[in-house]
Design a binder for this molecule. Structure first.
Ligand code: Z5A
Length: 208
């Protein structure tokens, strides 16, 4: 049966690298997969992503940022995620609403109630079947990400912002253990992938 799987974590922890690994495992088990990301995944979503991450408006208000994340998500759900699931395709998404709780709730310290109301409005009952949170100390994630490119508008935040983001992710895993789990992403890639493989079995995404 098609599943909705999301990967989360602070920048540089290996979400993009490991999404491909999950895809390979699921396809080998006969599941068709659609790989996508947030913010993004549609024409409008990618345009909003450009606005959200560029430095063209460094003073964007936190409320505007939150609403743009959910505007992109509404489009993504309608055009990509729900149609794929209805078509029996597993959706593998690089970030989803747990990122909003972590970044806009934890990082920006917005009222969690506002996020929860938007989540219910935009998603109704839909939640990911499994969220893998790749967890590593902020210094490790930032060092890995920093090797690549100039920081975007969100990446330029200070370490205390990312400490709050990480802490929120850990709390989400504690609060919803039936659908969210932590992976130790501080270790080398192969060891991260061993844990991911185990979790896919434990949560019955992979049956053997
Ligand atoms: N955002 C938000 O605020 N609210 C929301 O609701 C949503 C998003 C949905 C999107 O960025 C930004 O939007 C993000 C949150 C915000 N901002 N920040 N910060 P994104 O998701 O597209 O990009 P990112 O978070 O900056 O991810 P990233 O930098 O692309 O990192 P990653 O995908 O987790 O890592 P990676 O590219 O797979 O790996 C990074 C490097 O480390 C690479 O060279 C790998 O080869 C290496 N790597 C990976 N794993 C390992 C291990 N285990 N050991 C050693 N080296 C490794």
């Amino acid at each position: 049966m098609a599943k909705f799987i999301t990967l989360e974590g602070i920048e540089g922890v290996g979400k993009t690298s490991n999404l491909q690994y999950v895809k390979t495992l699921l396809e080998a088990a006969g599941q068709q997969c659609v790989v996508t990301r947030e913010p993004g995944g549609t024409e409008l979503g990618e345009a909003l992503r450009g606005l959200l991450l560029s430095h063209s408006d460094d003073n964007m208000s936190a409320d505007a940022e939150l609403l743009m994340m959910f505007a992109a998500r509404a489009e993504h759900l309608n055009k990509v995620i729900r149609p794929a699931l209805e078509n029996n395709q597993t959706v593998l998404c690089d970030r989803f609403t747990e990122a909003t709780y972590a970044y806009q709730g934890g990082g920006r310290q917005l009222d969690v109630d506002k996020i929860s109301k938007l989540e219910t409005w935009v998603q109704e009952e839909l939640r990911p079947d499994l969220t893998l949170i790749l967890d590593a100390p902020v210094e490790i994630g930032r060092a890995r990400a920093g090797r690549r490119s100039e920081p975007d508008r969100i990446e330029k935040e200070h370490d205390d912002f990312f400490q709050r983001v990480r802490k929120t992710y850990i709390k989400l895993a504690q609060r919803y253990p039936h659908r969210i789990c932590l992976i130790d992403a501080s270790v080398e890639l192969e060891a991260v992938q061993v844990q991911i493989h185990e979790k896919l079995r434990e949560y019955e995404i992979l049956l053997s």
